[in-house]
Design a binder for this molecule. Structure first.
Ligand code: 26Q
Length: 826
């Protein structure tokens, strides 16, 4: 935003006594923490001082809430996730403490603005995309609903890479988010635990028991940092626990003693590399040794902590563990928690296999977030065995027992056995481990769960109907409207009161204002202002002038072929061609905005980014279409950029190949902020349609079963026919190879080839060509409908008013009633 440049604010109001006290606190922090008086303080110091005052308040609440949870002997949720995409926390925490006005006033009095100060915080970007952001929304809702829960993850020193576009190409820079320190975390060195890797396992009879002992294992220390989190107007404080890897002192001492200083430091680095960096892969996996180590590191440290907490409170009757603890596995990434709990119960607590198994199968619940086969995790058996020899023995035994059971259920059905096995083809299949051990398995939308039940997990579903749940994702409204679009939140509150912030279904009361002239104008004015602000951001960061009165059509999400940014850009090329060639074409001005990071190793995704940028250069610099069509690629899409972008969108692009997007959550954020969706019947779009009604959404394209049918045969003829009959599409495709986008360059040939001829005789596996015509038709319809301003505003308002179902409070309530069974703190 333009105003982020300045940190001085204007509007001063007379402070209340409480605000005066807060001001004193902030000024005091600047003094005590930095040894500066206010006049000398940098804006960043002011930020830190504010954050520390907020933290103090949370800590006070924390002490109380901790005691309460202890006294009530409450059952607790441990949400294990490799990713927590938290974003910035200052405004969220202030909002949750219900002190936004106070901080705004005090900062204004000191000559700053809260929103500018908040911009100085680095995003905690410890996640790739949907799955990580979902975890962050969940922890906000859990806390708001007073449910005792801990998020557990790795304290990556580098979060998701920072994306820089250089000459149209994505380049990656490290995200050193901790460089200026993190005001929210509290180190807990006293709770450090040991995690062991490698070495050999010796089995022996000791005191009448078969026991296991490790030799030559490498020990790494796991040191926790806690980030306390308060909910909106809630009693409880929960926390995110982040584990950091440290080399034990004795490790380097050995080398030091030999006088081998360099080697000592090297070894230390090797140990600490475990929590160095987040893997930037989304919906894709490659069996990397370091990733395996990260996984074991997180689960072993977390489980040791869970058992210790349980034992301190409840003693060592481990059969009670499922009454006090539920562990949620966020996709398969933390699945090793299952054999690790077996190991701890057997090797450390002395339980037998059956007793341990009985406990383990009552403690774990698992969410699947993707059906993309390349994202279903598997580990090479040899690697697993080398790094985790004892866990390997346990997994092997789990598999042996599973196969006996499966042979009873599906006698001699060897195909099923192989498909359902934990170990086959010299690999360990993590999803099967979850399916064989968890008491609950859930998909993240209705459609996605249906696909799990009838397709990828059907064999498990058939033997365990009652373990499968459909729980549609949600988003926290506190961040995704109250904080990022405060004017809209205030407008809503002015009409229906503020009950909707905690009880999202109340948003539907807004429906009756969808035809109210005055309300519509106010709604429109807020959208326009958000567009003006975004236009200023684009001007500043991209140097492109965009018209706030054009339609803002936004696609922002990770770059993946299945999400079909390629279809979007091809359609833009087709429109461009049409404007150039058809003088009668009545084109309403449009600004297409993209935000997307590609996994650094995903060459085709990176090429699509280059294509978007190159098409942007071609179009934006063509005076013949100036004022009509613009293409903008916003660099470094992240939570903070999403917060500025989503609120300014008129159109939300949710155009994945049907059956591929498990749910989507961006779709919900756009809807909530009054953008109208163009989308396929995929993931949660199906439910958005149900909520908002077909007049207020544009659904196009093949349905999931139609896609599945087409994937059964090559489809080459169909693709060829479309290519020859659809002139607009053909000419857009031809631009990929005729050297007109980048003069003389053939660099987009791969995209052209895969669409038309495919990798292995299957062209157009993501149905870009087959859905194109329908997409174009609905795009055109939207442009026409947009021009009926009144009708469009009504659609936009209906979207906001129908978004209540997609609050993560509802999602958490569903999880809790069906799976976790936690009691809110009284
Ligand atoms: C696995 C192994 C090795 C490296 C990376 C991975 C990996 C990392 C991230 C695999 C998958 C992911 C992320 C998946 C994800 O974000 N899925 C999204 O989850 C959202 C929340 O449920 C859904 O809304 C999206 O539809 C889904 O794509």
């Amino acid at each position: 935003m333009a105003e982020t440049k300045t940190t001085k604010a204007s509007a001063k109001v007379k402070l209340t006594a409480a605000e005066e006290a807060l001001k004193k606190e902030i000024v005091g922090k600047v003094g005590r923490h930095f040894g500066k008086v206010m006049e000398e303080a940098t804006p960043h110091m002011v930020y830190t001082a504010c954050a520390l005052t907020v933290r103090d308040q949370i800590m006070e609440k924390w002490a109380k809430s901790h005691r309460q949870v202890k006294e009530e002997g409450s059952k607790k949720l441990y949400y294990l996730s490799f990713e927590f995409l938290m974003g910035r926390l200052l405004c969220t925490n202030i909002l949750n403490l219900m002190q936004t006005d106070e901080y705004q006033h005090v900062l204004a009095d000191l000559g700053y603005s809260l929103s500018d100060i908040a911009e100085l915080e680095n995003d905690a970007g410890l996640g790739n995309g949907g799955l990580g952001r979902l975890a962050a929304c969940f922890i906000d809702s859990l806390t708001t609903m007073d449910l005792p829960a801990y998020g557990c993850t790795i304290r990556y020193e580098y979060g998701l890479f920072r994306q820089k576009i250089v000459d149209g190409y994505q380049t990656e820079l490290p995200d050193s988010w901790l460089d200026n320190g993190c005001a929210w975390e509290i180190a807990r060195p006293e709770e450090t635990v040991e995690v062991k890797f490698g070495g050999q396992v010796y089995s022996d009879w000791m005191d009448g028991k078969f026991s296991f002992r490790y030799e030559n294992a490498t020990t790494i220390l796991a040191m926790p940092y806690d980030m306390p989190l308060c909910g909106y107007d809630s009693k409880i404080v929960n926390k995110l626990r982040l584990w950091s890897a440290k080399a034990p002192d004795h490790m380097d001492m050995k080398a030091f003693n030999r006088g081998d200083y360099i080697h000592a430091v090297e070894e230390k680095e090797l140990a600490e590399v475990i929590s160095k960096v987040l893997y930037p892969e989304d919906n894709n996996t490659e069996g990397k040794e370091l990733r395996l180590k990260q996984q074991y590191f997180l689960v072993s440290a977390t489980l040791q902590w869970i058992l210790k907490e349980f034992e301190e409170r409840n003693g060592s009757d481990w059969s009670k563990l499922p009454d006090k603890v539920v562990i949620h596995i966020n996709d398969t990434h933390p699945t090793m928690a299952i054999p690790e709990l077996m190991r701890l119960l057997m090797d450390e607590k002395g339980l037998g296999w059956d007793e341990s198994w009985d406990i383990v199968t009552k403690v774990f619940a698992y969410t699947n977030h993707t059906v993309m086969s390349e994202a279903l995790e598997k580990w090479p058996l040899d690697m697993f065995k080398k790094i985790l020899p004892r866990l390997h023995m346990i997994v092997d035994e789990m598999n042996r027992r599973l196969m006996i059971r499966l042979n009873e259920i599906y006698p001699n059905d060897y195909t099923k056995h192989k498909y359902m096995a934990i170990i086959s083809d010299n690999q360990i299949f993590m999803a099967n481990m979850c399916l064989a051990s968890c008491f609950a398995v859930n998909g993240v939308s209705k459609l996605h769960t249906e696909i799990l039940k009838t397709d990828i997990f059907a064999d498990y579903y058939n033997i365990n109907h009652d373990r499968f749940f459909a729980i549609t994702n949600g988003i926290t409204f506190r961040r995704w409207i109250c904080n990022c679009n405060p004017q809209l939140a205030d407008l809503i509150t002015s009409k229906i009161g503020n009950g909707w912030i905690k009880d999202a279904e109340q948003l539907s009361k807004l429906k009756k204002f969808a035809k109210d002239k005055e309300f519509k104008e106010k709604f429109a004015a807020i959208k326009r202002q958000n567009k003006v602000n975004l236009a200023a951001y684009i001007k500043e960061h991209n140097g492109i002038e965009v018209d706030p009165d054009s339609i803002f059509d936004v696609q922002s999400k990770r770059l993946h072929e299945y999400k079909r940014q390629l279809m979007n850009i091809l359609h833009i090329i087709a429109e461009y061609n049409r404007i150039l060639e058809d003088p009668t074409y009545d084109y309403y001005p449009k600004t297409y905005i993209f935000g997307a990071k590609a996994a650094p190793g995903y060459a085709r995704a990176k090429l699509i980014i280059k294509l978007i940028n190159s098409v942007g250069d071609m179009i934006n610099n063509d005076p013949r279409v100036n004022g009509k069509i613009k293409v903008v690629f916003l660099e470094n899409y992240s939570v903070s950029i999403a917060e500025k972008l989503i609120i300014a969108a008129d159109i939300s692009e949710q155009i994945s190949t049907a059956c591929k997007e498990a749910s989507g959550t961006g779709n919900m954020k756009f809807m909530l902020n009054g953008a109208v969706t163009i989308g396929t019947l995929d993931g949660a779009n199906v439910e958005i349609l149900e909520q908002v009604g077909e007049d207020n959404i544009y659904i196009f394209g093949l349905k999931a079963d139609e896609v599945a049918a087409r994937l059964r045969y090559s489809g080459g003829d169909e693709v060829k026919d479309i290519y020859s009959s659809n002139t607009l599409l053909r000419r857009a495709l031809d631009r990929l190879v005729d050297g007109s986008i980048i003069p003389g360059s053939q660099m987009f040939k791969d995209l052209y080839q895969t669409l038309l001829f495919g990798d292995y005789g299957y062209p157009d596996t993501y149905m870009v060509i087959r859905d194109f015509e329908d997409y174009m038709k609905y795009q055109e319809k939207m442009s026409i409908d947009y021009q009926d301003r009144d009708a469009w505003l009504e659609k936009a308002i209906m979207n906001t008013a129908s978004a209540g179902f997609f609050s993560s409070d509802r999602t958490i309530d569903d999880y809790n009633r069906q799976i976790w069974h936690l009691a809110p703190i009284k």
